[in-house]
Design a binder for this molecule. Structure first.
Ligand code: PAF
Length: 294
């Protein structure tokens, strides 16, 4: 596995691979790799000859009062995991390499509307930071495929839109959320939870699943489902940013044209902000018959 920290060096190394007609899949990460990331890496391996993984804790996507400083950095274990998975190239750039003009002077990518709702409303600037770093990384790696997790569903939707709008040739591939046995979606931030919070955390997925099952059995009063779910989470000790049922394609209100429904939640336990989501396909516009749930 080659470990590269300089973007010019990365371009040269990858041009060399492409010269040999090799296809390329890319998995951008912020490190502290867990089973969820390793599923992305495995999918990337199944898609292309060469897999590039990046590890960069992107300061631009953290708000002033967020966890940039304490975000877990575990480079040596991450390297070992990627090495054992047979990854070809690991890119670990410095901040100055990615943002040579300094954070304040950088060109910023803004994906309109969809970046401003849900997590974008609660974390101003977050998705501009994500969109900017993903654009830079895609420009550097120019992969055939880039793989992202469905756990960050809004992020995935924003990246799909930016890749479409900016006419990148990369195919965006989504991988399902990996969960602990009790249903909690894997996340680097789970390690911030204390024992009591960790016991309570799976209620997020339980509530999503309950809501999904109710819709699957034909219940279509979404407002009632949302308020019931919000009440349950708040009563149990979560501080809620949102719990909402939306069109999975547009992340706006469900209409007669909705083909897939997304139920999304963001809530805090103590200082820790957790997000999760589930989706359901709908049969027809008027009949909420369910084809598949996940
Ligand atoms: O999902 C993440 O880990 C990050 O938001 C990403 C896509 C690597 C951009 O920093």
């Amino acid at each position: 596995m080659q470990i590269i920290s300089d973007s010019n060096h990365l371009r040269t190394a990858l041009n060399n691979e492409r010269g040999k007609n090799r296809s390329l899949a890319f998995v951008p990460t912020m490190g502290n790799l867990h089973k969820g990331h390793m599923e992305l890496v495995k999918r990337a391996k199944s898609l292309a000859d060469i897999v590039v993984v990046s590890i960069f804790v992107n300061p631009l996507q953290f708000g002033p009062n967020e966890d940039l400083e304490k975000y877990p950095r575990t480079l040596s274990t991450d390297k070992a995991l990627l090495f054992s998975e047979g990854i070809n190239t690991l890119f670990v750039p410095s901040e100055i390499d990615i943002y040579p003009n300094g954070r304040e002077q950088e060109t910023i990518i803004v994906v309109p509307e969809i970046s401003k709702i849900l997590c974008g409303r609660d974390r101003p600037g977050h998705f501009e930071g994500v969109a900017t770093v993903v654009t830079k990384l895609l420009n550097l790696v120019t992969p055939d495929y880039a793989v992202f997790g469905e756990k960050d569903y809004q992020q995935l939707s924003i990246i799909r839109k930016l890749v479409h709008d900016l006419k990148f040739e990369t195919n965006i591939v989504a991988v399902g959320t990996v969960r602990d046995d009790d249903g909690l979606a894997l996340s680097s931030r789970n390690m911030y939870l204390n024992e009591d919070e960790r016991k309570l955390a799976p209620l997020l997925f339980d509530t999503l699943a309950h809501c999904r099952d109710a819709i699957a059995s034909g219940f279509d009063n979404f407002l009632e489902l949302e308020s019931h779910a919000r009440f349950k989470l708040i009563e149990s000790g979560f501080s809620l940013d949102y719990f909402t049922i939306l069109d999975a394609q547009t992340l706006s209100e469900i209409t007669e044209d909705t083909k897939e429904i997304s139920i999304l939640v963001a809530a805090r336990l103590g200082e820790t902000r957790l997000i999760d989501n589930v989706r359901i396909s709908v049969n027809t516009a008027t009949d909420w018959g369910i084809l598949a749930a996940q």
